[in-house]
Design a binder for this molecule. Structure first.
Ligand code: FRU
Length: 498
């Protein structure tokens, strides 16, 4: 159909049919990355939640598998995580298999509709065949509701140092941390976050995992937390916190705490369309990557985006890096390297200079901007403002770039095509602070049919936004707003996926 051709992404994960929201239960095992997701197969809007399932060997091309978890008498299957239980700590394997244990939230719709506070409980399911088939544990729920309305999205991590499982879930507007020896019996050890970060919404979909600060052997624990309102450009967003975890409690790193109090909150992405993202478990140690994926839409208009047989895609999987800048630990995110294996022909534009006020058309006529990667560096960004323009013959355009007056990147989709399906979709230009203090500036940009993901300054300012042109964009130009713009090492790579 026309809609499939126009809007089904070339290289971002979408459900075959029906509704999708959060990524769930991601784990790696024996060469395969597993991705589960909040799914309602019977309609194209949010409904009784299932866990859809797909696998990939390269994080880019996905194979759809049968639905892993169906709702049952205990409720809908809300978000959660999965781990590989190598030592069979759960005792769920009886014949020497290695159990994969998924932990998720049950949402009882009857209780929810009646306004009861205890509709959400935590449960487990397991697979003894590497994720192919799933059995719900017969002692569910494993954690009853303690009288908290929004009590959900358990994310489990193996805590190697203490030889235990650590689990974090979101509870109203804070996080709760639990530990367990067997994935079944859980002890609450911490409540975190009432007095830090943004609180303009409900907290959801947390994550908690150790990472080593690049170039050191110092280990810090990273906490991710999605929030339903109050993101940098309004709507949904994902904050993060960096600190230490002693096997029971999470405490903020001192310099991170100071930066949080004196400077700003910390966000995984500044665009409108990256929510509920968490990381893969069990990625091999020798690989060492922390790989993140987020739901690529804002919940406020997710039910209205102009696709009719499926809704939503996931972001490109991203490698997270923990770096220390001026003594403050912070995250960077970049597309996984696997994307580069799909570069078909690299167009080396080399150094391109654009005079003040000039607009220069880039790339050849034959570039398909619905699957492309753009990269460049600027020797100095201090006084430069620039605007890239992707456009089509209908006069629809997507603008993005940098404004040196307020030191902000921007994405402007106000005239990007179909924008009137929801008030919040294109009412404003999205902006994001430049966090890097370096003069040299670099960018890596991924373009698909309906999405742009911008990774500025080595991934210190990522921006993710979606759009719906009525005919594909086929021209890219760049405008220098003030002074001479010098783009070095400009590359416009055509990506190919078949
Ligand atoms: C986030 C969220 C989660 C919940 C799920 C339900 O988008 O609200 O907190 O588990 O979606 O589909």
């Amino acid at each position: 159909s026309v809609e499939e051709q126009l809007y089904r992404p070339n290289f971002h994960f979408t459900p075959k049919i029906g509704w999708m929201n959060d990524p769930n239960g991601m784990f790696y095992l024996n060469g395969k990355y597993h991705l589960f997701y909040q799914h309602y197969p019977d309609d194209n809007i949010w409904g009784p939640m299932h866990w859809g399932h797909a696998i990939s060997t390269d994080l880019i091309k996905w194979e759809h598998l049968p639905i892993a978890l169906y709702p049952d008498e205990l409720g809908y299957i809300f978000s959660g995580s999965a781990v590989v239980d190598y030592e069979n700590t759960s005792g769920l394997a009886k014949n020497g298999e290695i159990p994969i244990v998924a932990m998720y939230t049950y949402h009882d719709p009857k209780k929810g509709d009646e306004g009861k506070i205890d509709a959400q409980t935590q449960a487990i399911a397991y697979s003894l065949d590497e994720g192919k088939s799933w059995t719900k544990y017969d002692g569910n729920p494993v954690i009853e509701n303690p009288g908290i309305r929004d009590y959900r999205d358990p994310k489990v991590t193996w805590d190697e140092e203490r030889q235990q499982w650590a689990m974090i879930l979101a509870a109203d507007s804070e996080m709760m941390i639990y530990t367990s020896k067997n994935l079944i019996d859980w002890t609450l050890t911490d409540r975190f976050g009432k007095d830090v970060g943004s609180h303009d919404g409900v907290w959801e979909c947390p994550d908690l995992f150790p990472m080593t600060i690049e170039g050191t052997d110092e280990v810090k624990w990273v906490m991710l937390g999605s929030i339903s309102g109050g993101a940098p450009n309004g709507g949904n967003g994902t904050q993060y916190f960096i600190g230490d975890f002693d096997g029971e409690k999470f405490t903020l790193d001192d310099s991170f705490k100071t930066a949080l109090a004196e400077k700003h909150d910390f966000w995984i992405d500044f665009g409108k369309d990256n929510y509920a993202g968490v990381t893969w478990s069990n990625v091999p140690e020798e690989d060492g990557r922390k790989i993140f994926i987020g739901w690529m839409v804002d919940g406020h208009y997710a039910n209205q985006v102009p696709t009719t047989t499926w809704r939503s895609s996931q972001s490109i999987p991203r490698t997270l890096r923990l770096i220390s800048e001026n003594g403050v630990p912070m995250l960077r995110s970049e597309p996984v390297d696997e994307v580069r294996n799909f570069i078909d022909k690299g167009l080396e534009e080399g150094t391109v200079s654009i005079k003040e006020g000039e607009e220069k058309i880039l790339g050849g006529e034959d570039i398909d901007y619905s699957k492309a990667r753009i990269a460049y560096t600027l020797p100095s960004i201090d006084e430069i403002s620039y605007t890239f323009k992707l456009s089509n013959e209908k006069g629809e355009e997507l603008l993005f770039g940098y404004n040196s007056d307020d030191k902000q990147f921007f994405v402007d989709r106000r005239k990007s095509g179909i924008v009137d399906f929801h008030d919040e979709f294109a009412e404003k230009i999205s902006v994001a602070p430049r966090l890097s203090e370096k003069s040299v500036h670099d960018a890596e940009i991924l373009l698909d049919k309906t999405s742009i993901e911008l990774f500025f300054d080595g991934g210190s300012t990522p921006i993710t936004e979606i759009f719906f042109p009525t005919t594909p964009y086929d021209q890219l130009s760049v405008i220098s707003e003030n002074g001479e713009l010098i783009l070095e090492d400009l590359k416009i790579d055509q990506l190919k996926f078949d």
